[in-house]
Design a protein around this ligand. Structure first.
Ligand code: PEP
Ligand code: MN
Length: 402
């Protein structure tokens, strides 16, 4: 990497970084990072630029981005699981396109969504918390919870295998994950000689999570340097001034589609909190993609102790998001969801009404609860109607499930 770039990257990464694992052996982390830097890139600058052109269309109101997949991908995911998630994403995209008349840009939480930010450093059993397969194992065993840098190599290998599987039938799907684990992202930074820009080559789209968006932190500083389309999650604590500052920092040249602001307010807050943020960002002159994540502000724990979300809350936040944009005349540019093609019972309600006692039937997520395919497609149907330029012809409420 040219010296001026490596100096900028070093300066960004010298800032405080939240949510990094307590690696027991920093020497081993350095050798793993050095090895990762020798591997061919997972995605290419050319593919990243192609996505940038599509997010630019979404920012201008000419397309919608549909982003989603597992909360936490795991190394033992089967081919069927990956196919199921990718198929569900494309089915949802087809439903949304059919109803809205707008092209849909499918972006998977795929081939790299292995690192998880956590609210507490210990779990309910008092063990070091599970931080995603890229760091430690979900099994409740103290030895398995010790962060192991070799897992970053396994993550890279699994990401490559997932990408290989997506070629062909799923070639239209771009990949994304939270750019959380800096020791994994750093060795995958590359400057493209054709344009002299810096790319994160671990995925096409990278986002900053709610817990790592400190203005003086390493995650924002690194994202600032990238030519990828980048996102940032905005929870209910975000002030209009802060949203405007993110827009200026993360989209310094005011390029449409460079930045995606992912609102995750909670169903009770979105209608009150979002309008002032949209206004403040518009006042900066930036054309961002405004995206709704109706999942992460609506998480609760069931009576039986399952982390869950109610389909109705998810639907309500989505509706609130579209109402806000309709009232302001701004474009609701996309939706970010956690779902799977598997018939899991992790979120309550939906077409076949998953109940509290029913959660234990098939609860498989190692982190947050996902919509199953039926719930996801019902939501896609709603998105299609909400984003329809004229009222949708599919007003009978019927959705065809697989
Ligand atoms: C996530 O997307 O899984 C996540 C942790 O989201 P957030 O940063 O919005 O809490
Ligand atoms: Mn999640």
């Amino acid at each position: 990497m040219p010296r001026e770039w490596s100096e900028k990257v070093a300066a960004a990464l010298s800032r405080p970084a939240a949510q990094q694992p307590p690696w027991p052996d920093s020497g081993q982390v350095r050798s793993v990072s050095a090895f990762l830097a020798t591997l061919p890139p997972l995605v290419t600058p050319e593919e990243i630029r192609a996505l940038r052109r599509q997010t630019a269309r979404a920012a201008r109101g000419e397309a919608l981005v549909l982003q989603g997949g597992d909360c936490a991908e795991t190394f033992d995911a089967t081919r069927e699981h990956i196919t199921g998630n990718a198929t569900t994403l494309l089915r949802m995209a087809a439903v949304v396109t059919g109803g809205s008349g707008l092209p849909v840009v499918p972006v998977g939480r795929l081939a790299g969504q292995y690192a998880k930010p956590r609210s507490d450093s210990v779990d309910g059993l008092g063990l070091p918390v599970y931080r995603g397969d890229i760091v430690n194992a979900a099994v409740p065993d103290p030895r398995e919870r010790v962060p192991d840098p070799m897992r970053m190599i396994e993550a890279h290998r699994t990401a490559r295998a997932t990408l290989d599987q997506l070629r062909g039938r799923f070639a239209g799907i771009h990949t994304s994950h939270e750019a959380l684990l800096l020791d994994y992202e750093h060795p995958q930074l590359a400057v493209d000689p054709t344009d002299g820009k810096l790319y994160g080559t671990s995925a096409h789209f990278l986002w900053i999570g709610e817990r790592t968006r400190q203005l003086d932190g390493a995650h924002v500083a690194l994202a600032e340097l990238l030519a990828n389309p980048v996102g940032i999650k905005l929870g209910p604590g975000t002030t209009p001034a802060l949203a405007a500052e993110y827009a200026e920092r993360l989209d310094p040249r005011a390029e449409a589609g460079r930045l995606t602001l992912i609102s995750r307010m909670g169903s009770g807050r979105v209608r009150d909190a979002l309008p002032a943020l949209v206004d403040a960002v518009a006042a900066t002159g930036r054309q961002v993609v405004w995206m709704c994540d109706p999942m992460h502000g609506n998480t609760r724990v069931s009576a039986m102790g399952y982390k869950t979300r109610h389909f109705d809350d998810v639907m309500d936040e989505l509706e609130g998001f579209f109402q806000v944009h309709r009232a302001l005349g701004s474009h609701p540019g996309g939706v970010h969801l956690e779902f799977t093609g598997d018939r899991v019972t992790e979120c309550l309600g939906g077409p076949r009404a998953v109940t509290e006692p029913g959660l234990s039937g098939r609860y498989e997520s190692t982190c947050d609860p996902r919509l199953n395919a039926e719930q996801a497609l019902a939501l896609a149907d709603r998105i299609a109607r909400l984003s329809g330029r004229q009222s949708s012809s599919r007003d009978t409420g019927t959705t065809v499930f697989p």
